[in-house]
Ligand binder design. Structure first.
Ligand code: X8Z
Ligand code: ZN
Length: 665
């Protein structure tokens, strides 16, 4: 349950939210949700109706979140069955509420009730069909797909022995191993795990589209785009506008990365036809974050020690040595394993405590003790789990909040736990809102809370917490620090956009199942300038290798997040009284910034996000201006570095070598 809380939480984690509706206006199938849903009194006003829905919501929620938590942290047939059933009950209830809400269409009611009813209809990521059998089928498929992702394993024979690896181990290869073939094997291996999802996904699309149509949308993609307090078409145009703002910066970074990769691997291997980046060489399974390539892309070697992963690994080693030192004599193999586990868990909790400390420094509360007892910090040894990080509100009161992660001592995972706690502090801040408003102002806001904090992790801050060397001054140190941020924040932008460009096309039928993979790679080429080095035909299902596709989590939220977080950061730096270049600001310890942040978080989804943004930043529009202001020094440096190069790429070149489509950008 990452983003949206309760409500959407369900939507995400549970991967289901829906509408559709049972048959009669007032019988949200008591059989499906025994004892929880009440008959709708004939004279119930809209406000009374909304109050009742919020009540029933509270009653249903804990069961759903518990079932989902178990199925994500203990994947097997039984937990899958229980979660699918809970999901089905939830979706059926939601259908009932939406059906009942029709009685109030066109009737006068309080603005609060009108907004609640609107949200009921719009916050579904997975609109289920009205037909109960299809609804149940959808709940089963959704649970199964996420389980398949979590359990994904790539096996091969090495020197006559079977070697099996899961995502985390394959990601380790991309992060640390610079051997071309080893990276290719890890990349291809993980992508092979998605092949069996294809059939389920095709059916899934048909079912959610049916549900979306039942609700009055053209398709499920339109339902997603309708959740932004503006007409769906206008929202799509907004994302284009924002992409146009940041595209030149991405192209400069792309150009620079290609030059460095060419230097490392040779021109034949460092780039793919069309001057695109090879998918398996970017240090990340999806090429969405390039910070693991720091060893290749660092502008000035040795200027400012920003090896955060190195520092975390060092902490792990110390911890591990400490564990071993507690033992008398030579440790047994079992004791060595235990020492490793204890050190992994300890460092993971320290990383979470570091993140918590930042929020506390802003005046926010300590996390409840149950957070530390009930969260999953590292990957269990004895079972399959969904490792993809998420944050869960287990109830609607803000009492039981958890994160589910498989943290490793790396810079990327450190940023991830700061990100997840952003969701958690949102949950805590809006827990007093009625459940329907317990969501982000819009989903991009929910994603941006923790990432805004990450922008405050300046070299000074990292040094202060013992994760970076003495900060250095001067142009070279500045460029290094900016590059570090850009490799995660700028590299991500086109990726943030393209996943839903693909799904919007899948849902509206312009991308048919026999072109799923082709369309995927066309979008990867168009937006990211990334291509595979071997053909990826329709035997594969490469979109399924990215968590959010089998989990049905909308992805445009992250694109918005990566724009909004700079707007939020600037607002908080202003609130902290900071004067100076934006990139050097850290609002760590500022109670004024914290109070401003909390006031924004506490609103949840109770008003249109434009209003919330205005109160917080002074503007009603999303805008990449602060991002560009932040990266201005890097952009100038990149332009100098790339001088004389032909930047940009030719998207069609890899797929069809004989054609020359227009150059991107
Ligand atoms: O999925 C996430 C979070 C959980 S909401 C870990 N993120 C996206 C991803 O991993 O693809 C954060 C950045 C983008
Ligand atoms: Zn998130």
């Amino acid at each position: 349950m990452k983003h949206r809380t309760v409500f959407l939480t369900l939507a995400l984690v549970v991967a289901a939210l829906s509408l559709g509706a049972c048959k009669r206006a007032h019988s949200p199938t008591a059989a499906s949700a025994p004892g929880v849903l009440r008959e709708a009194p004939a004279d119930e006003t809209a406000d009374q109706f909304v109050a009742r829905v919020n009540d029933e919501f509270r009653g249903l929620y804990a069961e759903l979140s518990a079932a989902q938590w178990i199925s994500s942290t203990y994947i097997n047939d039984d937990s899958e069955l229980v979660a699918a059933k809970a999901n089905e009950r939830w979706l059926t209830a939601l259908n009932g509420w939406i059906e009942q809400a029709r009685r109030y269409e066109g009737k006068p009611m309080s603005p609060q009730a009108a907004r609640s009813i609107m949200l009921l209809k719009l916050t579904t990521a997975m609109p289920p069909p009205r037909d109960p059998a299809k609804l149940a089928e959808l709940a089963r498929i959704a649970t199964r797909l996420e389980g398949m992702y979590g359990a994904g394993t790539y096996c091969r024979d090495v020197d006559g022995r079977r070697q099996c690896r899961q995502l985390g181990e394959l990601e380790d290869v991309l992060r640390t191993n610079r051997d071309y073939g080893a990276q290719l094997d890890a990349w291809q291996g993980w992508h092979s795990t998605a092949v069996p999802m294809r059939k389920d996904y095709v059916r899934f699309v048909a079912l959610v589209n049916e549900g979306a149509k039942d609700m009055g949308f053209a398709d499920a993609g339109e339902a997603w785009r309708a959740a932004y307090d503006m007409p769906p078409a206008q929202f799509a145009a907004e994302t284009d506008r924002l992409w146009t703002q940041v595209k030149p910066l991405y192209e400069q970074l792309h150009c620079y990365a290609r030059t460095r990769l060419d230097a490392k691997y040779g021109k034949g291997k460092g780039e793919v036809a069309g001057r695109m980046l090879p998918a398996h060489l970017m240090g990340n399974m999806w090429q969405q974050d390039w910070s693991n390539l720091w060893d290749v892309l660092q502008p000035y070697r040795g200027v400012g020690d920003l090896d955060v992963t190195g520092a975390l690994q060092q902490q792990y080693r110390q911890d591990y040595d400490g564990e071993l030192a507690k033992l008398a004599g030579t440790p047994s193999p079992a004791q060595v394993v235990e020492a490793d586990r204890a050190a992994q868990l300890d460092v993971a909790k320290q990383m979470a405590a570091r993140a918590e400390d930042f929020y506390i420094s802003l005046g926010m509360p300590k996390l409840p003790a149950s957070y530390w007892d009930k969260s999953q910090f590292i990957k269990p040894r004895d079972r399959d789990v969904v490792c993809h990080a998420s944050a869960w509100p287990m109830d609607t009161a803000g009492h039981d909040v958890r994160t589910k992660t498989c943290l490793k001592p790396t810079e990327e995972d450190l940023a991830t736990i700061y990100h997840e706690l952003g969701h958690i502090y949102y949950y805590l801040a809006y827990a007093k809102q009625p459940p329907i408003f317990q969501q982000g102002a819009q989903d991009g806001f929910h994603e941006a809370i923790g990432d805004t904090i990450v922008l405050s992790m300046t070299p000074d801050y990292l040094h202060a917490i013992g994760l970076a060397g003495e900060p250095e001054q001067g142009q070279e140190a500045l460029v290094n620090a900016q590059m570090k941020m850009a490799l995660s924040k700028v590299a991500f932008l086109p990726f943030g956009l393209l996943i839903d460009r693909w799904r919007w096309g899948v849902f509206d039928g312009s991308i048919t199942p026999d072109h799923y993979n082709q369309a995927w790679w066309e979008l990867k080429a168009k937006y990211q300038g990334v291509a595979p080095v071997t053909p990826r035909g329709e035997d594969f299902f490469d979109p399924g290798a990215k968590y959010h596709v089998p989990a049905n989590t909308p992805y445009t939220r992250y694109f918005l997040d990566y724009i909004l977080q700079f707007q939020f950061y600037k607002a908080l730096c202003d609130a902290a009284g900071y004067k100076g270049p934006l990139y050097a600001c850290s609002f760590y310890g500022s109670k004024a910034a914290g109070a401003k942040y909390e006031a924004m978080l506490a609103k949840g989804a109770s008003q249109p996000w434009q209003q919330t943004l205005k109160e917080f930043t002074g503007s009603t529009r999303m805008d990449a201006g602060p991002l560009l202001e932040y990266f201005a020094p890097l952009q100038e440096w990149l332009q100098q570095q790339n001088e004389g190069q032909t930047c940009g790429w030719t998207p069609g070149a890899a797929a069809a070598p004989n054609t020359t489509p227009p150059k991107a950008g």
